[in-house]
Write a protein that binds this ligand. Structure first.
Ligand code: ADP
Length: 476
């Protein structure tokens, strides 16, 4: 009984530590908007890098022809071919091939990595036969999605700032990513032009905008998390004099590194951070994204097991980092069987904890909910932070974010605003999505929330890059 109470104590403390009251969320919204300002004001002015992408026109739906895309970023590597029909006909068809990145390549040399990618691309093209409608001899145009922080030097070149998500190839940091890819392609005689180098969020934004021109921002919540949006060039103090035809430019926020003292951080977060390969880095990402949620839950369960006897003798599995992957955590959270059969199965199969009583299984579900709810609500606050920065949160002020028309005057009527969203966590974890959407309405209020649409932009990171390759090829 006393031990059970201790476990309850741990749960209570977790719930309090993860509290995301509306007041707290509003503080996070404001902090996000403030940090965005700071990151745009000067280089290194904020933990938000606010990287300029040089993308100033997004696809509108008139693009035509066959284009290619490569996506390197998370656990998988993708090659795509997209057929665009021109005005009104949209995407006629697309093929995608995915393959896992062999883990040794994630920490090898940049030459090894890019040779592997170029070869995969080459094989994809060899297999296409007459599968494209390119005129003979026409050079293939490639959109390259590289989902790591890059300091762009143009729309199709840029240097890697740092690795994230478990990659660590030291010799690539500071180097031009496009040059590396082109060198590897040249070695095997693959004739392709890298038309655009983009972050995955920018690809997602491009696909979103292709389908719906009210799309002003994009968010990805998968293994990691990041966001980008359209900013007015005159609001970017750190690169004064930047001129674009549209008056706007896409900014890659690298929001995974956002930090604010208002974020509800617990001892579990501190421990996870301290034991990670990148302490004090990617703080927001570590509270939100798929790479980490399961491990936060594991840490809570470990503490409960240490403080009480809910799992019998201390199960050694609970000390193994990342043993509980987020998809399994989600499966436990979403177990709707009355006796929580799935929870029992996962505890048994993955953590080798058997015969867990129903009331303890309920506690496990509760822990999953607390951790996911916090993540989803913080992500929602981040999104509203972006909307606030561009005057689309319904609070009045100058609105912006639309490329075609550039600067707009303030208006009291809230404009329809679309945020493109993708990533495995968001797409596959229903409870996460529900908590996020509920928090959006809570922060914005019903009326404003009706004008803010989160639109899934599936495969956007790859497809969008091909679309950008299209819109950036017609102008050269
Ligand atoms: P990546 O971010 O690696 O490029 P994805 O956007 O597909 O790829 O996201 C994959 C991540 O999404 C996984 O690492 C996992 O954390 C999360 N995820 C995938 N499926 C689920 C699921 N069913 N429930 C919860 N999280 C999931």
């Amino acid at each position: 009984r006393r031990k059970w109470n201790r476990m309850v104590g741990v749960l209570k403390e977790l719930e309090e530590g993860c509290s995301t009251s509306i007041t707290r969320l509003r503080q996070v919204v404001d902090a996000m908007a403030v940090e965005m300002h700071a990151g745009l004001a000067s280089e290194g002015g904020s933990k938000l890098k606010m990287l300029l992408t040089f993308i100033d026109n997004l696809p509108h739906g008139n693009e035509k022809g066959t284009y290619y895309a490569l996506h390197l970023g998370g656990t998988n590597f993708r090659v795509l071919r997209v057929q665009l029909g021109g005005k009104g006909s949209g995407i006629l068809g697309h093929e995608v091939e995915r393959q896992p990145i062999p883990p040794y390549l994630m920490t090898s040399t940049s030459e090894d990595l890019f040779d592997f990618i170029a070869e995969a691309l080459n094989q994809f093209i060899e297999r296409e036969g007459s599968g494209n409608d390119l005129p003979p001899k026409e050079r293939r145009q490639l959109g390259f999605t590289f989902s790591f922080p890059v300091r762009q030097t143009s729309a199709n070149s840029g240097c890697l700032v740092k690795w994230t998500k478990g990659f660590s190839i030291k010799d690539l940091v500071g180097k031009d990513v496009t040059t590396c890819l082109e060198e590897s392609m040249a070695k095997i005689g693959l004739d392709m032009r890298v038309a655009t180098l983009v972050n995955d969020t920018v690809g997602t934004l491009a696909l979103g905008h292709f389908h719906d021109e009210d799309t002003v921002a994009a968010v990805i919540i998968g293994t990691g998390t990041n966001a980008c949006y359209v900013e007015r060039t005159d609001a970017i103090i750190k690169s004064q004099g930047l001129l674009t035809n549209s008056g706007g430019v896409v900014v890659n926020m690298e929001w995974g590194n956002f930090w604010s003292s208002h974020l509800p951080k617990t001892s579990y977060d501190n421990d996870l951070d301290a034991e990670s390969p990148n302490p004090f880095d990617q703080g927001f990402e570590k509270m939100i994204s798929g790479m980490y949620l399961g491990d936060i839950v594991r840490r809570v369960l470990l503490r409960m097991a240490q403080e009480s006897d809910i799992f019998g003798d201390l199960p050694s599995s609970l000390s193994v980092p990342f043993i509980l992957r987020t998809p399994l955590m989600a499966a436990m959270h979403e177990d709707d069987s009355p006796d929580l059969r799935e929870v029992a199965r996962i505890l048994n199969d993955t953590l080798q904890i058997s015969d867990v009583p129903l009331k303890v299984r309920r506690v496990v579900v509760r822990v999953c909910d607390v951790v996911t709810r916090r993540a989803a609500r913080l992500a929602a606050a981040g999104i509203v932070g972006i909307l606030k920065k561009i005057g689309r949160d319904g609070s009045g002020g100058i609105s912006s974010g639309r490329m075609k028309s550039g600067i707009e005057s303030s208006s009291t009527k809230m404009r329809r605003t679309v945020v493109a969203i993708e990533g495995g966590l968001y797409l596959s974890y229903t409870m996460f999505r529900e908590h996020l959407s509920e928090a959006m309405t809570e922060i914005l209020g019903e009326e404003v929330a009706q004008n803010v649409i989160l639109r899934v932009s599936e495969d956007g990171s790859g497809l969008g890059a091909a679309l950008l390759a299209a819109s950036h090829s017609s102008t050269v």
